[in-house]
Every structure is written in structure tokens, then in C-alpha cells.
Ligand binder design. Structure first.
Ligand code: PMP
Length: 437
């Protein structure tokens, strides 16, 4: 449906209009620029410039990490010196190249001039996708801005957004994600021809979790994505595609992403290795139009400076030893694990909760979103009574924009507990609900 185009985003999109005052004021750090220059220079360069400490004073000498189904990741003394040192704010080059190739292979953004090394898209490494999101919001959300998102949503997003003083407008959604007609209805408050007028209050960004939503488990259908993208075009909005559960889709083929249909350069995508490689290593990445990704890097420069060089190198070594094929094989094993967990949870829900609750079977992610029938608000039930029965779930209110309103939902994660534990937890939950009714 989308025509390939070779337009230069930066020429057709006026990114300046999206930036916050804070972001516009961020300047490249001269010291960081020198560090990056030094990393690209031949070893014969003698640098007295940077303030990097001497790694020969650090206590760590070498490391070796055994890998399930694969080789060992090793760091000899030289590799360790690099791993313990400062590195570029956008990420170490070999990991960036791997990520760019992955994005090209999986999403292939529809611009003829896009190539991993020399395109209009860019990628930067972040300390988990949470950092990416936080920086993207800092870059784009001014106090008083109207921001669209489909609540209930990930509390980490609300935690990053709400203190910015924006006005969050909730877009109705169902088990297939955002309802485009409802989005259209909300947007009809503004005249699309006036969104660039000075003082316009039209929303400039829409945030969504397109696969295995947290907490709802909902996944946006490709048809809806196209409709949402068209509305974003009409109102000149950016879409923040927060997709940490992309690799945990239980159906094939993997759903086409917003990034894959981005002819204009209006998608900023946050990816995460947390659910597939390690949540504690803290590796995520932001993909989007170069001018915006470069600005995200300025925000990183001023806070964390860069994601841990050590963890980037661990991941990069592993990915290079696997190759893309090995990576995708690993993903298949992870999907298989979570599919079985999901099936076990649904089986136990059918067994224990059928009369007292309802839910949709998620096609991605790690969550089941359960509505307890006849219970107006799950907050007290979970926080006070559930612990007595030794079962813990998340009361739905924490995922709402206004967490003080009553909410009849709970979120159950099928990621960590065994099928036996899930079964017992739902038996206890069913008793709890029956006693409360
Ligand atoms: N977005 C969503 C929707 C999430 O569920 C999470 C983690 N639970 C994150 C972002 C952040 O993940 P991380 O920082 O570990 O990549």
C-alpha cells in the first residue's frame, strides 16, 4: 500500500516543531566528541585529551561467560580493558551495526535510500528500552502538551510522562489494540490543516505498545496500524512504537511494525533485549529518523553518558557468534517457552476462573489481563486480602492514567511461575473472589 520514496525525512518533516525547549537546548559535549573521535582514530594517535581513567588500575582482569546452547563469551586482558572503559554515547560500533542490520532485515523501512550504514534512519543503544522511552519523552513532551496513548498502559511510561506536566488523552482500545475510529473521533477536535498554526494544541505524539501490551496482552492488527499511521500523517504526529514484546509473538509471521510502514520518518521505535537476552544487562535500542535519534544521544550524553560498555560487549560478542540465524533460533526457543506458559495459564484460568472472571487470550507477551466479575475495584482485594491467601497479582488501577478510579482488572504474568504454581495461584484467586462476592 505504501509507495517507496526516497524523500529525505529531514527535508519533509520539520522535526524542530516537535522538540521541547529542554531538548533544543541540549548541546553536544565537546569532551564526548573528542572521545568518539579518538575511538575512530588509528592507534598511533597520542591523546592527552580525554579524562578517561587508566584501566590498569582497575581490579578486573578477564572474564569468561558460559552460554547456553553456544560458545563461551570471553574477555582477555585487552578486551577487558576496553570493556571497563568509557565508550561512545550512541553505542559501541559493532553492536550498532548488528542492530541496524537486524532492523533492516526485520522492518526494512520503506525508503529507497535506507541502508544500515548510510540511510535516513539511525539506531542508538540505550540502557534498556526504559531509558530510550524516558529520553524520547524528554525530547518531545512539553508541559501542557496533549499526548495520546491507549490506556491501560505500562506504568513505566506513565512514570516517565506524567511528571512532564503533559495532558494525557486516553485512546480507547480493545484486544486488538487502539480502535482507529475512536482515535479519529478524538482527533476530530482539531482541524488537520491548523496543526502547524502557532498555539495549536493538537497532539504531536501518540505512544503505543503494539504487541502483547503491558498489561492487556493486546496486539494491534496490521490493518489498524495502517489506519493509525494514516491519521498520524493527517495530523503530522510522531508515533512512539514501544515494542519490547515484539520477539514474543506466538503467531507467524511476525506482525509488520509501524517502522516497516514509515514512509515519512514519523516513527520512533524502542526495542529491548530484556525479555530475550537478559533484563539485568540493560540493553535496549531506539530506532528512528536520524535527526531525532541523534538528539536522543544528546540526552544520553548528559545523563548516563552511555550504556555499560561491558554489557554491550557481552551482548555484541554473543550476537556475532550466533549470527542473525542463531539469534532467530534463540528467539524461537524463547517463544516456545512463553507459548507453553501462556497455554498453561489459560488452561488454569479455564479451570478455576471461568465463572468469576473474563479475559482474552494474548497472542504475544507475558501477561493475562483479567476482569473480575462483580468486583468494582481490585485494589483492596489484592493489596489486603490476596496476601492472606498467599497469591499476588497487580491490581489494574496502576496501569490507568488516573489510578484512584475503581478498576475491576488484575494483571497476571505467566513469565516466571511454573504451570503448577500458576494453577495453585488461580485456585487461590478463585477462592478470594468467591469470598469477596
Ligand atoms: N516498555 C514496556 C511496555 C515494558 O513492559 C517494559 C518492561 N516491563 C519496558 C518498556 C522497559 O523494559 P526495559 O527497560 O527492560 O527494556
Amino acid at each position: 500500500m505504501y509507495e517507496y520514496s526516497s524523500t529525505i525525512f529531514a527535508e519533509t518533516m520539520n522535526y524542530a516543531r516537535f522538540l521541547t525547549a529542554v531538548s533544543a537546548a541540549r548541546k553536544p559535549s565537546p569532551i564526548r566528541m573528542l572521545t568518539e573521535l579518538q575511538q575512530r582514530s588509528p592507534p598511533s594517535l597520542i591523546s592527552l585529551a580525554g579524562g578517561a581513567p587508566n584501566p590498569s588500575t582497575f581490579p578486573f582482569l578477564s572474564a569468561s561467560i558460559k552460554v547456553r546452547h553456544g560458545d563461551t563469551v570471553t574477555f582477555d586482558e585487552a578486551a577487558m580493558k576496553r570493556a571497563l572503559q568509557y565508550s561512545a554515547s550512541n553505542g559501541i560500533p559493532e553492536l550498532l551495526t548488528w542492530m541496524k542490520n537486524l532492523q533492516k532485515q526485520l522492518h526494512n523501512p520503506p525508503t529507497a535510500s535506507y541502508s544500515p550504514e548510510n540511510g535516513q534512519m539511525d539506531v542508538c543503544v540505550t540502557t534498556g528500552s526504559q531509558e530510550g522511552l524516558c529520553k524520547v519523552f524528554e525530547m518531545l513532551v512539553n508541559p501542557g502538551d496533549n499526548v495520546l496513548l491507549d490506556a491501560p498502559t505500562y506504568p513505566g511510561t506513565l512514570a516517565a510522562l506524567q511528571p512532564l506536566g503533559c495532558n494525557i488523552i486516553s485512546v480507547p482500545s480493545d484486544q486488538h489494540g487502539i480502535v482507529p475510529s475512536a482515535l479519529k473521533e478524538i482527533l476530530s477536535r482539531w482541524d488537520p490543516s491548523q496543526v502547524h498554526a502557532p498555539g495549536s494544541t493538537a497532539p504531536k505524539i501518540l505512544y503505543t505498545i503494539p504487541n502483547g501490551g503491558n498489561p492487556t496482552g493486546a496486539s494491534l492488527t496490521p490493518e489498524r496500524k495502517q489506519q493509525v499511521y494514516e491519521l498520524a500523517q493527517q495530523y503530522d504526529m510522531l508515533i512512539i512504537e514501544d515494542d519490547p514484546y515484539y520477539f514474543l509473538q506466538f503467531n507467524k509471521p511476525l506482525a509488520p511494525t509501524f517502522l516497516s510502514m514509515d514512509v515519512d520518518g514519523r516513527i520512533i521505535r524502542t526495542d529491548s533485549f530484556s525479555k530475550i537476552l537478559s533484563s539485568g544487562l540493560r540493553i535496549g535500542f531506539v530506532t528512528g529518523p536520524k535527526p531525532l535519534v541523534e538528539r536522543v544521544v544528546l540526552h544520553i550524553q548528559a545523563s548516563t553518558m552511555h550504556t555499560s560498555t561491558f554489557t554491550q560487549l557481552i551482548v555484541s560478542q554473543l550476537l556475532h557468534s550466533w549470527g542473525q540465524e542463531g539469534f532467530l533460533q534463540h528467539i524461537e526457543r524463547v517463544i516456545e517457552f512463553y507459548r507453553k506458559q501462556r497455554d498453561a495459564m489459560i488452561c488454569s484460568a479455564d479451570k478455576w476462573l471461568k465463572d468469576v472472571a473474563e479475559w482474552h487470550v494474548p497472542s504475544a507477551g507475558m501477561f493475562l489481563w483479567i476482569r473480575l466479575k462483580g468486583i468494582a475495584d481490585t485494589q483492596r482485594l489484592i493489596m489486603e486480602k490476596a496476601l492472606e491467601k498467599e497469591v499476588l497479582l497487580v491490581p489494574g488501577g496502576v496501569f490507568m492514567i488516573n489510578s484512584t478510579l475503581p478498576c475491576p482488572y488484575v494483571r497476571a504474568a505467566f513469565s516466571l511461575s511454573s504451570p503448577e504454581q500458576i494453577d495453585e495461584a488461580f485456585r487461590r484467586l478463585s477462592l478470594l473472589i468467591k469470598e469477596a462476592l
